[in-house]
Design a protein around this ligand. Structure first.
Ligand code: MG
Length: 391
C-alpha cells in the first residue's frame, strides 16, 4: 500500500498564558500562588496553575505538511515534554501519518511493561496522537470527524462549566447570564461552594428556573455514604448529574453511589485509557463518562467512547485547560459518537484563548460548532508562541 507521507520532525512547546482570575475563581482565605506559580485549592486539596499551561506538538512531514496536537500540561509540563522529545519523537521519524492507530499502539507498547500505562506518559501519547490524526486529515483533505466515521450534526450542545465568582449571589447572577445567552445546562463546582453545596444548588435552581439542566462537580471529596446523603438532597432540586463524588481510586464507593442515588453519576476526567474505564463500566460505577481529550488523544478517546456505547452509557466530554487544539479534537471525536448529550464548555478558558487558534471553531447560543477544514480545522495562531516557556 502506498504511503500518504512520512513524519520527519516532531517539536513540542510548553505554553503558559497569564490569566487575571485563576481557574475556579478568585483566591480564597488561606490560598496563595506559590513561587512556581501554583495554587492549592483548599476545597479539594488539588494543585492548579495560576496561568493557562498547556503543551503544543508540531509534526512536520516530508511533503512540508504540518499536523498539530496539544496535551494536558497544567502541572510540571516539562515531564511530559521530556517524554515527547526523548522517547516518542525519535521513534516516530519516518512513520506514515496514514496509520495513526497502528502508530499509537506501537508508542503505547514502548513503556507498558515498565508500568507506564497512565499519567504523564499517556498524556504525551495523547498529544502526539492528535497531531498525527491532524496530519492524516490534511493529507487526505478531510475533517477529523469524517475520518472517524462521520458526524451526525455540525454542532454539539454545550453546558456552561463553573461560575468563577467569589460570592453565591454573583454565581447565581452569572448562571442567569449564561442561560439568557441560550445555554441549557450549567455546572457548579462544589470545591468553591463556601456557602454550602445544597444551599448553592437551591439558590441556583431558584435563579435559573426549573427547565435548565443543573449539574454539580463534587471534586472527589466524599465517602460513598456521605455522597449518597448529599446527592439525595441535591436531587430535590432536580440534579442532572453528580460528577466525581468519591476518591478517584474508590471503585467500590463509585459503584455504591451509582446504585444509591436517582440521578446519573458522571466520572472519568482523570482516566486515560479504556483499561481504566473497563472495571468501572463492569461495576456500573457511572452512566455518564467524561473522557478528556488532553489525556487520551483521539485514538483512545474513540476506544473509550465505543466502550461507553457498549455499556449504554452517555459520553459528555471533559474540557481541560488548553488553547483549543485538543478541544477541536474533542469536538470532532465526540461528534463521531452517537450518545453525546453535551460537551463541557469551560467558558473562562475557551473564550479567553480562542484568539490563539485559527479557524471557525466557536461556542455560541448554547452549542459548539465543529471546526470545518481538513484535520482538526484549527491551528495555533502565531501569537501564542510569545507565551512559550523556556525549558
Ligand atoms: Mg470535574
Amino acid at each position: 500500500m502506498s504511503r500518504l507521507d512520512a513524519i520527519t520532525r516532531i517539536e513540542s512547546f510548553i505554553i503558559s498564558i497569564p490569566r487575571e482570575t485563576p481557574y475556579l475563581g478568585p483566591l480564597r482565605p488561606g490560598e496563595r500562588i506559590n513561587e512556581r506559580g501554583y495554587i492549592i485549592r483548599k476545597g479539594n486539596r488539588a494543585i492548579y496553575p495560576s496561568a493557562d499551561m498547556t503543551i503544543l506538538i508540531k509534526i512536520t512531514a516530508e511533503s512540508g505538511r504540518v499536523g498539530w496536537g496539544e496535551c494536558y500540561g497544567i502541572v510540571a509540563p516539562e515531564a511530559t515534554k521530556a517524554i515527547i522529545d526523548e522517547v516518542l519523537a525519535p521513534v516516530m521519524i519516518g512513520r506514515d501519518p496514514g496509520e495513526p492507530v497502528v502508530l499509537h499502539e506501537d508508542l503505547y507498547d514502548l513503556m507498558r511493561v515498565r508500568g507506564f500505562f497512565g499519567g504523564y506518559y499517556v498524556d504525551a501519547l495523547g498529544g502526539v496522537d492528535i497531531a498525527v490524526w491532524d496530519l492524516f486529515g490534511k493529507c487526505v483533505g478531510r475533517p477529523l470527524a469524517s475520518l472517524l466515521g462521520g458526524a451526525r450534526e455540525p454542532h454539539l450542545k454545550a453546558y456552561v462549566s463553573g461560575l468563577p465568582k467569589a460570592t453565591l449571589k454573583e454565581r447565581c447572577d452569572l448562571a442567569v447570564e449564561w442561560v439568557a445567552k441560550g445555554f441549557a445546562g450549567v455546572k457548579f463546582a462544589a470545591a468553591v461552594s463556601d456557602e454550602g453545596i445544597v444551599e448553592e444548588m437551591a439558590a441556583l435552581r431558584e435563579a435559573i428556573g426549573p427547565k435548565v439542566d443543573l449539574m454539580v462537580d463534587l471534586h472527589w471529596k466524599f465517602t460513598a455514604g456521605e455522597a449518597i446523603r448529599l446527592i439525595r438532597r441535591l436531587e430535590a432540586h432536580n440534579l442532572y448529574f453528580a460528577e466525581a463524588p468519591c476518591e478517584p481510586e474508590d471503585i467500590d464507593g463509585q459503584a455504591l453511589v451509582a446504585r444509591g442515588v436517582g440521578c446519573p453519576v458522571a466520572l472519568g476526567e482523570e482516566w486515560r485509557t479504556a483499561f481504566e474505564y473497563r472495571p468501572r463500566f463492569e461495576r456500573r460505577c457511572m452512566s455518564i463518562v467524561q473522557p478528556e481529550m488532553g489525556h487520551t488523544g483521539v485514538t483512545e478517546f474513540l476506544h473509550i467512547g465505543r466502550m461507553a456505547h457498549a455499556f449504554h452509557a452517555d459520553v459528555i466530554p471533559h474540557a481541560a485547560i488548553g488553547i483549543g487544539v485538543f478541544q477541536a479534537a474533542s469536538l470532532h471525536a465526540a461528534g463521531a459518537l452517537k450518545r453525546v448529550p453535551y460537551h463541557e464548555y469551560q467558558h473562562s478558558i475557551f473564550d479567553k484563548n480562542l484568539r490563539y487558534v485559527t479557524g471557525d471553531m466557536a461556542c455560541a447560543n448554547g452549542r459548539f460548532s465543529l471546526p470545518s477544514g481538513p484535520g482538526l480545522g484549527v491551528e495555533p495562531h502565531p501569537d501564542v508562541f510569545k507565551f512559550v516557556r523556556a525549558a
